[in-house]
Write a protein that binds this ligand. Structure first.
Ligand code: NAP
Length: 208
């Protein structure tokens, strides 16, 4: 998402929503290694973690969150990584400077909506496609780790290259996986309760 889709150069400024999450914290660490300034949203209780990862924290529950980001990056940002979707996706799009890139990779905001579960996703795709026609130099993409149905071999080759790099950084200790807690399999219910509590930063791991 960072280097292949958004192609963010060193010296740029990006916004990572959910900067303390599994995907978000990895994005922050990869970006910081590449000399990229990161503004990361998270609940206030996770701001120390986000700061330790090297990002500037902003509370996504604060109604003025997007205004605060604009104060931090008055000329707009180079890329936004958004897994939330919903109405806030427009705010993410508006944060971009001319030439900036929106990478959407989820629709967490609509996951509890009743009805056809595909509909929010289709609406999201339609909005992203439409925005790409606007004459403002910005672009919008959807990233899907499980995609590649049309050209599976090329997709898997790219994914293998990218994951090899990320996992090599992890093995070297250059990236750290954020593990909040480990539970044995027979305590899976407690593990899920903790994971859903939003009180811990990082992943809750169940060990078989
Ligand atoms: N497209 C793909 O290929 C792909 C691949 C993997 C994951 N995903 C999607 O990416 C999302 C994140 O996955 P994950 O494994 O990183 O989950 P995760 O570890 O649970 O992290 C979720 C993060 O989102 C934050 N968050 C929750 N509501 C938010 C909001 N309204 N605005 C901003 N941030 C918010 C949480 O912050 P707090 O903890 O501070 O509340 C947390 O940092 C999921 O929706 C998943 O489905 C997509």
């Amino acid at each position: 998402m960072l280097h292949r889709t958004a192609k963010v150069p060193g010296g740029a400024t990006i916004v990572v929503l959910g900067a303390n999450g599994g995907v978000g914290s990895t994005l922050v660490q990869l970006a910081r290694r590449a000399g990229i300034t990161v503004i990361g949203t998270a609940s206030a209780r996770h701001h120390d973690t986000v700061r330790e990862l090297g990002a500037i924290p902003v509370d996504y529950r604060d109604p003025a969150a997007y205004r605060r980001i604009r104060e931090l990056a008055p000329h707009g940002v180079d890329a936004v990584f958004d897994h939330v979707g919903g109405a806030g996706l427009t705010d993410s799009w508006r944060l971009l400077r001319r030439g900036g890139v929106l990478v959407s990779y989820g629709t967490a905001a609509t996951k509890d909506e009743s009805g056809n579960s595909q509909l929010p996703v289709l609406k999201l795709f339609a909005r992203l496609a439409l925005w790409n026609f606007l004459p403002n130099g910005k672009s919008a993409h959807f990233y899907n780790f499980w995609a590649g149905k049309r050209r599976p071999d090329a997709f898997r080759t790219r994914l293998r290259e990218d994951l090899t790099q990320v996992l090599a950084l992890l093995a070297d200790g250059a990236l750290t996986a954020q593990v909040a807690a480990q539970f044995p399999l027979d305590e899976a219910a407690a593990a899920l309760a903790l994971a859903e509590s939003h009180t811990v930063a990082g992943k809750v791991v169940i060990v078989p």
